[in-house]
Write a protein that binds this ligand. Structure first.
Ligand code: ATP
Ligand code: MG
Length: 478
């Protein structure tokens, strides 16, 4: 609303004067040449260059900015590119056919490209273009009581834009046409000394946006940089501010943290800086219970490996792994009530997911994936009759099987079980029949449907067998 009015009235970038030590109005940037920053142009998305060029040719300023510049200086290929300009969103949109306005809190333009560039994922690449933004205006209207900023679409100068960014290493601008980096806050020196430093007064900046604390953890884990003392110190006292952040944003940030390629070190860092306690119960559990640590650690290590190899990750699978032990514990508890195992499992799933929603809701579609992966687990242990064939046809077989492998790997289930399923998947019809016969003759964990009881075969009467069949039928929706 505010931004609309401002755009209507002004229609062009405006300057907002701000007082105080964080003011970036009159800052002059250091100009860093290619000799010093040594950015390899081959790491830059041609589409990002197209965007800066188009804007510059239309008479505007335009730079690659933020994390992309940080990564380029570190010699890392950025996963996405942001461009900052003095053109307003309307002016940007007028220049790019395939562009649209995104977001309320930060109005940005997404310019979409379809091509075969190695930078593009799935042949589509989005370059985010944002207009230089002013520092916070202290009218209080767009600031919550806690100090959290609710909306701040006020255009400003380039130096203000630099000053309102989070860390010095994230506040540099790179012009591909001149190959010069503009550095307003000593980001280059901080990169050289491997320091992560918040711009301005860190406590205030965390109050404005508590997500910055999670970002501090993520970047520290990703770069291996040290959190500068003043940047680190206020985090533990400000941890409770995270509760003010809308759940969807918290989920996005957690996902970024988990998919940063440094998930495990991010988790341990969260604890180190005092952001885990009571704040994210899921993490308390992961980090505090040593017997569970190995499962979560394995899942996170695998995730990191896949990310670093450029492979895709299913967030549903990841969260399923992180919450599995809570589900398993609840399942065991529920079973004591005497209800059929599968009913108990489904109830446990509902309970764990609803407890998680209290902290931050995992997106519905990922919840669905998690539910499916978990519900499939008992079916892997039932290797009788047609059941394995039905399971193989289940749409989520692969995810369920990968999950099973993790469980086997940490000794939660015997490793023969995952080997059996590997052979069953890859075998001919004959092989499969033989594998089923082998299971019958072997006193194996195959018919157990109790969590954590895999080694001991429970004696089943007819009733038990019926329950098994019923359980299986109750799963046919997969
Ligand atoms: P990556 O994309 O590798 O996760 P990034 O630094 O590019 O890291 P983005 O979320 O893409 O992170 O944000 C782009 C830039 O926008 C950041 O580098 C930073 O300059 C600025 N920025 C993002 N979030 C914030 C925030 N919460 N507070 C201040 N500045 C921010
Ligand atoms: Mg980025």
């Amino acid at each position: 609303m505010i931004s609309k009015i401002i755009r209507k009235i002004l229609g062009k970038p405006v300057k907002k004067s701000v007082n105080g030590p964080t003011s970036g109005n009159d800052l002059q940037p250091k100009k860093i040449t290619v000799k010093v920053h040594q950015i390899d142009p081959k790491l830059i998305s041609p589409n990002a260059i197209k965007v800066t060029q188009t804007l510059q040719q239309a008479g505007y300023k335009a730079y690659i900015v933020g994390g992309a510049v940080r990564d380029l200086i570190l010699g890392i290929k950025p996963k996405d590119f942001d461009v900052a300009t003095n053109a307003t969103p309307d002016q940007v949109q007028a220049l790019f056919k395939k562009s649209r306005v995104i977001g309320k809190r930060f109005q940005i333009i997404h310019v979409t490209f379809y091509n075969n560039s190695s930078h593009a994922r799935d042949r589509m690449e989005i370059i985010e273009v944002s207009t230089f933004r002013a520092l916070l205006v202290e009218t209080g209207k767009h600031i919550a009581n806690s100090g959290r900023v609710l909306s701040d679409n006020v255009w400003g100068s380039q130096s203000e834009d630099a000053t309102r960014r989070d860390f010095t290493i994230n506040a540099m601008f790179y012009d591909p046409s001149t190959q010069v980096v503009l550095d307003y806050h000593g980001g280059m020196a901080d990169i050289a000394s491997r320091v992560l430093r918040m711009i301005g007064d860190p406590a205030t900046r965390y109050r404005e946006d508590p997500v910055r604390m999670l970002r501090a953890v993520r970047f520290a884990a990703k770069t291996g940089f040290t959190l500068e003392q003043n940047t680190l110190e206020p985090i533990s006292q400000s941890a409770s501010l995270i509760h003010d952040v809308p759940g969807a944003r918290l989920f996005d940030e957690m996902l970024k943290l988990l998919m940063s390629g440094h998930a495990w070190s991010s988790m341990t860092k969260l604890r180190e800086v005092g952001l885990d306690q009571g704040l994210l119960p899921m993490l308390d559990v992961i980090l505090e219970q040593s017997d569970q640590t190995s499962f979560a650690k394995l899942a996170l290590d695998r995730t990191d490996e896949r990310i670093l190899q450029g492979k895709s990750i299913s967030p549903g699978f990841l969260f399923a792994a992180l919450l599995w032990h809570q589900v398993e514990q609840q399942w065991k508890l529920n079973i004591k009530g005497g209800k059929p195992s599968i009913v108990c499992l489904n109830e446990a799933i509902d309970e764990v997911l609803s407890a998680q929603r209290e902290v931050f809701a995992i997106q519905r579609r990922f919840e669905t994936d998690m539910r499916e992966i978990w519900s499939l687990q008992p079916r892997f242990e039932k290797r009788v009759g047609k059941m394995p064939y039905r399971l193989l046809e289940s749409a989520r077989f692969r995810a369920g099987y990968d999950f099973l492998c993790l469980r086997c790997q940490v000794g939660e289930l015997p490793s023969e079980l995952s080997t059996w399923w590997e052979n069953f998947q890859n075998g001919s019809l004959e092989d499969r029949e033989k594998l089923l016969v082998d299971v019958k003759s072997e006193r194996s964990p195959s018919t157990s449907d109790m969590p954590g009881k895999s080694r001991r075969r429970r004696r089943r009467g007819v009733k038990g067998k019926e329950a098994l069949e019923n359980d299986d039928q109750s799963q046919q929706s997969f």
